[in-house]
Design a protein. Structure first.
Length: 104
């Protein structure tokens, strides 16, 4: 049972990362076209957003009726970093290549 919850949590995180990356890329690429400015802005935004979603998941599914302390949020940031950078980076690369082809 616990294993199924972990798999479901990973799939939900993956979907959130993909959607949020596409959303932030669409938002920021209207103003920025430079890769060196666009990449960190999108990935940091995705990382923080995924950490917030993890915090919401923590509050809802673990029946925590209190706010998350800053140390727990830092732990959520550490938990979300690898998945956000790997999958968010892959989605970013795909979107950026399409964006460059369109603007060339």
């Amino acid at each position: 049972m616990e294993e199924n919850q972990d798999i479901l949590k990973g799939i939900i995180q993956l979907v959130i990362i993909i959607v949020v990356t596409v959303l932030f890329f669409s938002l920021y690429s209207k103003k920025l076209t430079n890769l060196s400015k666009l990449l960190p802005l999108v990935l940091i935004s995705v990382w923080i957003s995924v950490s917030i979603f993890l915090g919401i998941e923590y509050l809802i599914f673990r029946d925590a009726n209190m706010f998350i302390p800053i140390t727990e949020f830092i732990s959520l940031l550490k938990e979300a970093l690898p998945m956000s950078m790997i999958f968010g980076g892959l989605v970013f690369i795909i979107k950026y290549r399409k964006f460059r082809k369109k603007n060339s």
